[in-house]
Design a protein. Sequence first.
Length: 439
Amino acid sequence: MTVTIVGAQLGDEGKGGIVDVLAERADIVVRYQGGDNAGHTVVVGGDTYKLSLVPSGVIRGTVGVIGNGCVVNPETLFDELDTLRDRGLDPELYISGRAHVIMPYHRVLDRAEESLKADDDIAVGTTGRGIGPTYEDKMARRGIRIAELLYPDELRTRLEYVVDYKQRLADALYDGTDQPSAFDVDQLFETYAGYGDRLREEEMVIDAGPYLARRAAAGDQLLYEGAQGTTLDIDHGNYPYTTSSNPTAGYAATGSGVGPGVIADGEIIGVIKAYLSRVGEGPLPTELEGDLADEIRDRGGEYGTVTGRPRRIGWLDLPMLRDATRASGFTGLALNHLDVLAGLDEVQIAVAYELDGEERMTVPSTTQAWAACEPVYRTFDGWPDADWDSVAETGIEVLPDAALAYATFIASELDVPLAAVGVGPDRAQTLVLDHPFDD
Ligand code: GDP
Ligand code: IMO
Ligand code: MG
């Protein structure tokens, strides 16, 4: 069977930690979208692993697969692999030959467009990793796929066309570039054919769809690891303040090459942070300012894993979670970071919005309308700090009453049961209430 992990909010909900815990029963962990804009954290007995591309399950020793729906920076991929090997792990990792390659010119163009937009105050606040420009090239059928790195003649032909195209774009729109090496065909060819050599030597490139279908048919348990979150989804999120891929569960099929029925027959777990954090630009109706935001930011360590930027903080937003539940069809919830809110006198949840004098239960489809939404709050009692290790060891029955009431309210409003609760970053601090994989 499959279990699909999807961020229910704006990314950084703690997906990496949940994947690590559930991977105990998985054979393969699959990334199906995004690239090294993701930063997934796994903490085991105080040791911290930060992963951008390599699926989080490899920390447990499961096989990792990077699916066709991903965009891959080979430099990050090999850096991550080397770092894991230096730390004594030996990940078995495969990558779909159909995944697209992020090239240096994608990163240059990502940043150039962000600064152009910044002049008009409409920058997205991207991670600068070249994600948008790479997906753009994929859709325009001028992208370079991982498998092409293994065929130098093909690679050279593709580069000659696309680099000239990109250079002309950079000259026309951005007055050239201060990074000429990102547009140098010979240099790009040498470096990327070199990555192709290493991919071949390590036998990493596979046709991932047939491989996963075969393993699933043989009875293996497949865990799908979404990156980003539903409100960053290019279709279902807060466009244009989104990423350029689909974190929602439907894409687990498209981005890995198995049929939608394979995903739908499994469990789909929405990962929720007990409050909101947002790294880039765009509206956030429940945003908090001042001391309260600082307190939550500091307790939760809310600084971007990829860029180090302080994350914006807000109260939990149910309209956002209702949309996420619908778009992915959650069958279970993992609610993280309950420990971070401990010590506050009271906590709030936006249960609806008010827009133009009317109550709304879901997020409007335009950014302008969402920015105009006034949250309708319900106030909950706060809960005291606790010995979270002992809560994790004993079980949900010793969770402070008010924290349990908060968690139960969210699950009942979404009509989806709680599968797991996080009370700290460590593997041991996730309480699994109902394991989504069969024994
Ligand atoms: P991801 O992108 O969804 O995998 O999440 P990130 O790793 O970017 O950010 C989540 C951060 O919160 C990481 O530092 C995690 O170690 C940490 N974390 C995850 N779950 C919990 C939790 O329940 N409590 C606390 N305090 N931290 C958590
Ligand atoms: P994980 O997987 C949080 C945000 C960026 C920006 C927008 C577009 O760790 O949850 P991009 O570089 O993708 O074009 O940036 O999306 N963003 C994330 N925010 N967590 C992430 O990933 C993110 N990946 C992208 O900050 O607002
Ligand atoms: Mg993250």
